[in-house]
Design a protein around this ligand. Structure first.
Ligand SMILES: [Zn+2]
Length: 464
């Protein structure tokens, strides 16, 4: 495999807009114009207009007074979606990178930026990539993990579906005197475990899809036999109904890999690795279902479900099957990205929900637990505006409702209607409020651990 293959593949891609920062250089322009002649790109040249005009007849030129400005303009175009690819011309790497990593105007997505060199060797059948050869000077194990993640993502994006990764150290065997060999061995275990997990997830998703398919064909047959009056009378149409993959225990899965951490106040948060892992996890589920759906005449979606009974049973099963690694922070597996019984901030719940709502196209719900009712409408609207502004699609304010023995609903310790004490409390686990006394034993235990936000003493709602 050599670089020619990129040329072939690029010809099948839509034409890309290339933003070149400081192209006032013969070899840079030669490359850009060659790609343009091949019809692969549309170049936007950003730099000293006067000089560029003398060198080329290119039409799209954006004037910049300095290399700093050229870098900022080029990065700005990528950020604004006006260009697709950023190219470095005749300017310092440092200047370009400063624009890339700018926290206000830059385009950095990952925590760590790393460098990749691609090799095509005449007598070797595959492409070789080496990383990191230029940016991360003395990486620790965390940085090495990020470098590998970045490199694997890059290779997948250029069409290598299963990149093989080798860690290079001075010896092939682990030697405690050579830290890089020890880290290489740890990293190998880590990625092997993660890969095994994703493969198992794919297989189980497939099994799930097959089981759902069977259930669906039974329903379809019963509809045809006229056994289901709602369908027979036209109240429900099976064609509009999804098969749904339910998801629970995301938090526990991520925690197994050590990506969930606690801050100095004991608040749980997702690390960057947690976000990357969860995205990978959802993408495995989605890719599997999309593939499965290809020859089906119905749609499949993914939903974060409460799985009331499954959540407890699965945890009990994992305790028997995987006693060493089971995460048992709560009496049953959670359906929230950080379960309600785990101490965290509302801000963190919102941050996570906004990142993952889109993967749950069948729905998910961020529960915002509120101890006392809102003081007034304005307070509630402020809160609602804040959460939607963060990009959360599905959420619910869960207040507690107390009830006396006659089922008068109120908030407080004494019924304002009959003066009786609190007999039960209502809140929601699913789409509606139910009395806690009717909940399962495990769910009741979990309920006791929940944290509740209290806005009753605040003038306005402030979060984050
Ligand atoms: Zn009452």
């Amino acid at each position: 495999m050599n670089f020619e293959i990129f040329l072939e593949r690029a010809k099948n891609c839509p034409k890309q807009r290339l933003a070149v920062a400081s192209p006032e250089d013969e070899s840079v322009l030669d490359a850009v114009l060659a790609a343009e002649r091949e019809g692969l790109i549309e170049a936007i040249l950003i730099g000293n207009e006067e000089i560029i005009r003398k060198m080329t007849h290119s039409e799209k030129i954006v004037n910049a007074q300095s290399t700093e400005e050229a870098a900022a303009l080029a990065v700005g175009m990528i950020r604004a979606g006006e260009a697709d690819i950023l190219m470095k011309g005749l300017l310092d790497t440092r200047t370009l990178l400063r624009a890339v990593v700018n926290s206000e105007t830059g385009i950095r997505e990952q925590k760590l930026l790393s460098h990749i060199t691609l090799f095509s060797l005449p007598d070797f059948p595959r492409l070789l990539a080496a990383s990191d050869c230029a940016m991360v000077i003395s990486p620790g194990i965390e940085e090495k993990r990020s470098i590998i993640e970045n490199a694997a993502l890059f290779m997948r994006r250029i069409g290598v579906r299963n990149p093989k990764i080798a860690l290079i150290s001075a010896t092939e065997k682990t030697n405690p005197k050579l830290p890089s060999s020890v880290e290489a061995s740890e990293l190998t275990d880590h990625f092997r475990n993660e890969k095994d997990f994703m493969v198992a997830l794919r297989d189980l998703t497939e099994l799930n899809l097959k089981a759902l398919d069977v259930v669906r064909s039974i329903i379809v047959r019963n509809v045809e036999k006229g056994l289901l009056p709602n369908y027979a009378k036209g109240l429900i149409d099976i064609k509009t109904q999804y098969n749904t993959i339910g998801v629970i225990g995301i938090y526990e899965a991520i925690k197994t890999f050590g990506y969930v951490k606690e801050d100095e106040f004991g608040n749980t948060f997702y690390t960057d690795e947690a976000f990357a892992f969860a995205k990978k996890l959802f993408s495995v589920i989605h890719t599997t279902k999309d593939h499965f759906a290809l020859d089906k005449d119905y749609m499949i979606n993914v939903e974060a479900i409460p799985g009331e009974s499954a959540a407890a049973k699965m945890q009990a099963a994992d305790e028997i099957l995987y006693p060493e690694t089971v995460v048992k922070d709560l009496p049953l597996y959670g359906n929230q990205f950080i379960p309600l019984g785990i101490k965290t901030t509302l801000h963190e719940r919102i941050r996570i929900a906004s990142a993952f709502d889109e993967y749950c196209n069948g729905g998910s719900i961020l529960h915002v637990n509120i101890e006392a009712p809102f003081q007034n409408k304005e307070q509630a609207w402020n809160m609602l505006d804040y959460i939607t502004d963060q990009g959360v699609t599905y959420f619910a304010f869960n207040t507690k409702i107390q009830a006396c023995e006659y089922n008068h609903a109120f908030f407080g310790k004494k019924c304002p209607e009959c003066g009786g004490p609190v007999a039960t409390e209502y809140t929601r686990i699913v789409g509606f409020y139910t009395p806690i006394k009717t909940w399962s034993k495990k769910r009741k235990e979990e309920y006791e651990l929940r944290e509740w936000e209290d806005f009753s003493n605040e003038q306005e709602v402030r979060v984050g």
